[in-house]
Write a protein that binds this ligand. Sequence first.
Ligand SMILES: [Mn+2]
Length: 309
Amino acid sequence: MTICVTGHSNPDTDSVTSAIAFAALLNAQGQSAKACMQISADKLNPETTMVLKRFGLAVPEEMMDVDGKKVALVDFSDIGQAPANIGNADVVAIVDHHKVGDITTNQPILFRAEPVGCTGTVLNKMFKDAGVAIPKDVAGGMLAAILSDTVNFKSPTCTPADKEAVAELKKVAGVDDTESLFMDMLRAKSSIEGVSMKDLVFRDYKDFDMNGKKIGIGQLELAAIDQVAGIRADLVKALNDVKKDGRHSVLFMLTDVVKEGTELIVISDEPAMIEQAFGAKITGDSMWVGGMMSRKKQTVPPLQKTFGC
Ligand SMILES: [Mn+2]
């Protein structure tokens, strides 16, 4: 039976290109495997769509239910991020770079997880260990995944192993300038053409309970803040609508990946609390927070502290 290789639900570039890369490695080792993803091609995020096109990679097959199938998982090991009926599937391998999740198996399997910035970095090592040459197009996808997951090496999750992998993969993929590849990916990712304000707000959005207060935080990574100048007023209006739905605050991170900081739009019942959390002053409806890149590591913890969580 062919092994369906898939990344997590709502897949990012790493989940998609790692499925392609691991399927290629399994095929090279004589196993029947195909790359799959938990989304339809037309719903795939704009960054990944652009990367597949750039390197001439086929869009993986949509696979939402794995009942009775043989599967290999990349970039996750949580049941919550798995296709439907994962409990009735035969999981034969897991390759990941996250904390170990709650998927278990009845048989011993190939399980490889490393604390690096991207699954692509782990797969690069696996190709080398197996003595299998990485196809040029596949190397391009892996390279793009590492740049994406590590935010061009700027994320606190980036490790020396990720930088080494990029140095190797760029040669195989024939990419001279990873900076310009990253900027092209960023432009695709932050593309706001034809997107409704609601979709833009919820594209990367999470609600948090802060001591009984519901605080929503959205993020948009940009090559430059002025990319949203033309729609800023509509965006703020949409954020106000989201706040009206029982929230204490709605914060929206306009993150400038080049300047390495965030313009934080603040819609709140207690703006002074938000100012206190980040030690910055609101001018108009926003504040600049230098160095703020990660919602998980830099936005949520100061809020939790200020709100006494
Ligand atoms: Mn990843």
